[in-house]
Design a binder for this molecule. Sequence first.
Ligand code: ADP
Ligand code: MG
Length: 477
Amino acid sequence: MPTDYETVIGLETHVQLATESKAFCADRNRFGQDPNQHISVISLGYPGTLPMLNEQQVRFAVKLGLALGCEINERSTFDRKNYFYADLPKGYQITQDENPICLGGTLPLRMEGQRSVALHHIHMEEDAGKSIHTEGEPYTKVDLNRAGTPLLEIVTEPDLRSAEEVDAFMSGMRRLVRWLEVSDGNMQEGSLRCDVNVSVRPRGQAEYGTRCEIKNMNSMKFARQAVAYEVDRQIGLLEKGEAVRQQTRQFDPATGTTSALRDKEDAHDYRYFPDPDLPPIVLTDAFINEVREEIDVLPWEAYTQLQRDFRLPAEDAHLLTEDHDTYLTFLQYAEVSPDVPALAKIWLNRLLPWLTDERLSPTELPLDPEQLAAFQELILAGDVAAATASAKLLPDLLLSPGEPFARAEELGLLQNSDADFLTEIVDTVIAEFPDKVAIYQKGKKGLIGFFMGEVMKRSKGSAEPKETQRLLRERLG
Ligand code: ADP
Ligand code: MG
């Protein structure tokens, strides 16, 4: 019998913080500007300059840590990680090696079973600049705008078991950092990227297998492909009786494969040591509590709440808790809505697409919660047919907000289920098409659609469909 293997994955996720200025100086922290505009003697690493800690970076780190249920380290320290590279003019990166700011914690995954991934720690560090290699140019250009921008690195335990879980982890992390407004979480722009550590072991074996680390994944799709390739490759080696070598590897999107960058033996020795320029960060309970106050509901709480309190299907709850604004705004409308599951459908099918088209945020929805509730009441009372309400009345109300009943009346959308009115039209139609009536009565029941259409035409769409159909059947015999 072939051996069954288990995949083991640990992630090192980098989140670029959305602070105003850089981690240790006043340079602006901005993406996508002209090169080398946001630099100073500190980010250029001039001798004799001194870094100064950005408080906003610490707040963001504590905020994320509290949201993830980490233990907040009341005394954390900075270390220097030494290496030489053109985009690192200081010759070292400031990071936290010995005493990171947050310990432990978990991220709940939004997938079947809702299990949580255990975190090892979160530490603060600064980013390096960017080296730009342009095809055909004999030199490499360096842009230092990014040098010294604040990052958090979230390190998981080797606790993930599949590419799907990597996906759920990364999208959960992106949702959370946006929700907390600590980062824009934009993977294409590199604000969220991860190193993926992958190993395999025969199922049932207690020890982990030897891992490979795939560097700098900034796309969920590539991360999934990289894991799939790496798992196959490692199982292939083990099946041939060969060993997996501990390596740092890179993913090639063009081929969907990974290739070795360096072996463990060639790993850098970074000569970490405490940074003498930066004193320890000592956090008071008052500070931590102040940050805690800034957090209200968390995305996974919102997700379960919508399902539990309003009986929304998981998929709807998921879509309505993708971002904080949508969730909070939806909640205001849900609180006065006569039918929240139907409201959720209106939001997802009508309002959110409309807002996207108009480039508006959910808080800018022109209809207030009471107006939308009144709109739903019209449908529930049978005053306006559901299809007409969403195809005609709602778009009109979005263009020029107003009282739904009055608007429906104005547009002639109120349904007339008044029996006499309907009976009159039904009888006229039946009288007008005796040959069709004869065919119907011989058994061609599909003709009911034809009669319905005629009644609708004459009532200018205001006939209530169910009642019309009942009357037609009755009269046609
Ligand atoms: P290092 O000190 O070499 O950086 P760490 O112990 O800090 O190694 O682990 C780095 C990352 O690799 C963590 O996310 C961890 O969960 C993951 N990891 C460690 N061992 C394994 C393994 N055998 N398989 C998969 N991932 C692993
Ligand atoms: Mg490590």
